[in-house]
Design a protein around this ligand. Structure first.
Ligand SMILES: *[C@@H]1O[C@H](CO)[C@@H](O)[C@H](O)[C@H]1NC(C)=O
Length: 664
C-alpha cells in the first residue's frame, strides 16, 4: 500500500503543475468558457474516423471543493448531427470499483472511441452518443483523472460530491441543465447510481422549478446492488453454467461455504433495522473465491487456468481470474498515459491513469449506509429503472439479480407478478435476450454478453436506451413468445410521432409485422397495426385480397422458417461456431433458468438436503449489509503491478473491491 501511494506522490511531484492549477481556479471564479474544454486533437482521430462520425468532445477536471483540492474529470461526447429528439438528452455514465475509472466506459464500452493496437482512436459503431450526449465521469475523487486530498468513505459523500459535480458541470454547460438526464453505469455503480438518483429527486423537492434536474431514468448494467442476495447466486449460477458439478471432489467445500453465507444472510436483520455489526460480505464473497479456486485447471495452459469471473466462457491466469480482461485494457492504459493525450483532454493535474485506484478502494468503506437496494422502492415511485445483465457474468450474475428483484418489495407488491409476461427481446431479427417489466422496474437478460455488456455488444447495448425510453414495439404473434422489438440506428428513426410505441410507423426489419401492437404501460396508445392498408389508397378490392394472400403466405413461410430455426438447440446465439458450447446450451436452456428459482430445482434440492430448510429462496428478504471483509481466501489482485503489491499488504478490502475491479 505504502509503496503504491508514494508512487502516486512521486507522479504528482513530477507531473503536477501548481502554477497552472492556480490560474485555473482563478478562471473558474470568473466563469468558465466551454472552449477551454473542447477536445479537438487525439491520435488517430482524423486518420481513423470519418468526419461525420467524429464526435464533438469536451473534457477536463472541474473543481468541486477548493479546501480539499477535489476535482472531477469528465469527458463529454456529442453527435455532430443530433436529431431534435436526441438533442434533449444527457446520459451520465459511471463505472464502479469503487475506484475504477469511467474511461473504461468511454474507451472500451459505450463511448464513440476505442483504442487500437497502435494506441490510436478508432470508431465504435455502437456508441451511445448517437442516442444523446454521453458524459463519462471519474468519481469519487481519486478515481482515474479525478483527484482529491480527501477520499470519500461513504455513499452519502459520493452522492453529495456528484451533486456538486452536476452544479459545476451545468455552470460550464448551462444549456444542458433542463435536458433529460439518464444515469447509467455498471457493477459497483449499482451502489452509486441509486444514491445519486435519490439525491437528485430529493434536491428537486427543495429547489425552485428553474433549478430542478429532469432525471428521466436509470440504466444499470450488471449492477452490484444487493450484496447478500447476489452473493447467494454464485453457486446456483456456477451449477447452471456447468462450471461445477456436484460430483466435483471439492463440492462439499464450496457448498458449505455457500451454506455459511446463507445462514448469515438469513440471520441478519431486516432492512429497517439494519445492523452494521453483522459482517456478511467476507463469508459470502468467499463463495466466489472458493469456487474459482476449486474449479481452476492447474494442468491447463497458464492463461487458461481460471474462469474469468466477468465471463464464464473465458479463462484467465490464476489468481487474476478475469483481471487481465478485457483485452483492450493495455491499449487504453498506454493511450491515457500519453502526454499529448493528457494535454488534449485538458488535464491540469496530470496523474498517471490507473484503471482502478487502490486509494479510493481502500478508503471507501460503505459501512454506515445500507446497500442501494433499499432505495429502490422510493426511486421506482418516481422514475423507471432498467437493470440489464450480460448472462455470462459470474460476479454480478443475472440469477442473483432476478432473485434480488423477487425479494424486493416495491409499488405495493413483492417481486414481479407470478404471471408476468416474459418478452423475447428482438433486435435486428435476432433474439437478444429477454425482458420483464412491471411497476417501473425492467429487467433485461442480455444473451452472450459479459459483465461489460457494451464491450461485447456495443450496437445492441445502445438499444437498452430505447428500452428505458420505451421506444419499442410490443408484438404478440400467435404461437410465439411475446416480443419487445427495438431497432438499430436508422431503422425506425425519424419517427416524428409523439407516441414512441406505435408500430408500423416505418418499415420494421422483419415481415412479421402482422401483429397487434400494444404499449408497454398503457395498452391504449398502440392503436395501429401495420396490416391496415391506407384508406387513401385506391387499390381495387381484388388487388387487396391478392396482397393479403401474399402477405399471409409470406408470414406463414417466415413463421415456419423461424420455428425450424428456433427448434435447433444452437439457434439463438450461434454467432461463434468455435466451440463455445456451454454458452450455446445455456442460452437455449432459458426455460431451465427460470426453474432454478423453483423449489424443485437441483441446487435447491441439494441445499435442502444439507441444511434442512427450504433452501436459499426462503431466506427472509431484503436484508442486506455491506460490511468489513475478513479478507480470507483473497484471490483478487488489482490490474496494475503496484496494485498487486499493495493489495497483498492490505487484504481487508480485497473482497469488496473484487466486485468490480477491473471492470465495473
Ligand atoms: C411509475 O413512475 C411514474 C412516474 O414516472 C409514477 O407516476 C408511477 O406511480 C410509478 N408507478 C409505480 C407503480 O410506482
Amino acid at each position: 500500500m505504502l509503496r503504491f501511494l508514494s508512487l502516486l506522490l512521486l507522479v504528482e511531484l513530477v507531473f503536477g503543475n501548481p502554477i497552472n492549477m492556480a490560474r485555473f481556479s482563478l478562471r473558474n471564479k470568473r466563469g468558465i468558457s466551454q472552449d477551454e474544454y473542447l477536445v479537438t486533437d487525439l491520435p488517430g482521430l482524423v486518420e481513423n474516423i470519418k468526419e461525420e462520425d467524429r464526435p464533438v468532445m469536451f473534457a477536463g477536471q472541474l473543481e468541486l471543493y477548493k479546501e480539499n483540492n477535489t476535482h472531477y474529470f469528465f469527458w463529454k461526447f456529442s453527435d455532430k448531427e443530433k436529431s431534435p429528439e436526441l438533442e434533449n438528452r444527457t446520459i451520465f455514465w459511471l463505472n464502479g470499483g469503487p475506484g475504477c475509472s469511467s474511461m473504461d466506459g468511454a474507451l472500451m464500452e459505450a463511448g464513440p472511441l476505442r483504442i487500437n493496437e497502435d494506441n490510436k482512436v478508432v470508431y465504435n459503431e455502437g456508441s451511445w452518443h448517437k442516442k444523446g450526449d454521453i458524459v463519462f465521469v471519474d468519481q469519487p475523487g481519486g478515481t482515474g483523472f479525478s483527484y482529491t486530498d480527501r477520499y470519500d468513505t461513504e455513499l452519502d459523500q459520493i452522492r453529495h460530491d456528484f451533486l456538486t459535480f452536476l452544479e459545476k458541470y451545468f455552470e460550464v454547460f448551462p444549456e444542458d441543465i433542463h435536458k433529460e438526464i439518464t444515469l447509467a453505469g455498471e457493477s459497483y455503480a449499482g451502489q452509486y447510481i441509486p444514491y445519486i438518483a435519490l439525491g437528485i429527486l430529493e434536491r428537486n423537492k427543495r429547489v425552485s422549478e428553474e433549478e430542478k434536474y429532469n432525471l428521466k431514468g436509470l440504466l444499470i448494467g450488471n449492477g452490484w446492488i444487493s450484496p447478500n442476495r447476489q452473493s447467494l447466486s454464485y453457486l446456483p449460477f456456477a451449477v447452471q453454467a456447468g462450471m461445477i458439478a456436484t460430483s466435483h471432489p471439492r463440492w462439499q467445500e464450496v457448498l458449505s461455504r455457500h451454506m455459511r453465507c446463507q445462514d448469515l444472510v438469513a440471520g441478519s436483520k431486516d432492512d429497517d433495522t439494519f445492523d452494521t455489526s453483522k459482517v456478511v460480505d467476507g463469508v459470502c464473497e468467499g463463495v466466489l473465491n472458493v469456487l474459482l479456486d476449486i474449479t481452476r485447471d492447474k494442468d491447463g495452459a497458464k492463461n487458461q487456468e481460471c474462469y474469468n469471473m466477468y465471463d464464464y466462457t473465458l479463462k484467465d491466469t490464476y489468481p487474476s481470474c478475469g483481471m487481465n480482461w478485457p483485452p483492450d485494457l493495455p491499449n487504453v492504459r498506454l493511450f491515457l498515459r500519453d502526454a499529448n493525450v493528457m494535454d488534449s483532454i485538458h488535464l491540469e493535474h496530470k496523474n498517471m491513469w490507473h484503471e482502478c485506484d487502490l486509494g479510493v478502494g481502500t478508503h471507501f468503506k460503505a459501512r454506515n449506509l445500507r446497500p442501494s437496494i433499499v432505495l429502490f422502492p422510493s426511486i421506482l415511485l418516481e422514475i423507471p429503472v432498467v437493470l440489464f445483465h450480460g448472462n455470462r457474468d459470474i460476479i454480478c450474475n443475472y440469477i442473483g439479480a432476478e432473485d434480488m428483484i423477487a425479494q424486493l418489495k416495491w409499488g405495493g407488491q413483492r417481486g414481479y407478478s407470478d404471471d408476468i409476461t416474459v418478452y423475447d427481446w428482438i433486435y435486428n431479427d435476432t433474439v437478444l435476450g429477454y425482458i420483464k417489466s412491471e411497476r417501473n422496474l425492467t429487467f433485461v437478460n442480455v444473451f452472450e454478453a459479459s459483465h461489460m455488456v457494451p464491450f461485447d455488444k456495443p450496437d445492441t447495448s445502445r438499444a437498452l436506451i430505447d428500452i428505458l425510453y420505451e421506444k419499442l414495439d410490443v408484438r404478440n404473434v400467435d404461437g410465439e413468445k411475446p416480443q419487445m422489438v427495438t431497432y438499430p440506428l436508422g431503422y425506425k428513426k425519424s419517427t416524428t410521432s409523439d407516441d414512441p410505441m406505435k408500430i408500423g410507423v416505418q418499415e420494421p426489419p422483419t415481415p412479421s409485422t402482422i401483429s397487434v401492437s400494444e404499449s408497454l404501460e398503457s395498452g391504449s396508445s398502440g392503436n395501429s397495426t401495420s396490416t391496415e392498408t391506407h384508406p387513401e389508397s385506391h387499390t381495387s378490392r381484388t388487388v387487396r385480397i391478392i396482397q393479403l394472400a401474399v402477405i399471409v403466405v409470406l408470414v406463414w413461410g417466415i413463421c415456419a422458417l423461424y420455428n425450424t430455426y428456433k427448434s435447433k438447440p444452437t439457434s439463438i446465439i450461434k454467432t461463434k461456431p468455435s466451440g463455445r458450447k456451454k454458452n450455446v446450451q445455456w442460452a437455449d436452456q432459458l426455460e431451465d433458468d427460470i426453474e432454478l428459482e423453483h423449489p424443485e430445482s437441483f441446487i435447491l434440492k441439494a441445499l435442502h438436503k444439507f441444511k434442512g430448510t427450504d433452501g436459499y429462496s426462503n431466506v427472509p428478504g431484503d436484508d442486506i449489509e455491506l460490511g468489513k471483509v475478513n479478507g480470507e481466501d483473497d484471490f483478487i489482485i488489482a490490474s496494475d503491478d503496484e496494485a498487486e503489491h499493495a493489495l497483498s499488504e492490505s487484504t481487508s478490502d480485497n473482497q469488496r473491491r473484487s466486485k468490480s475491479d477491473p471492470t465495473s
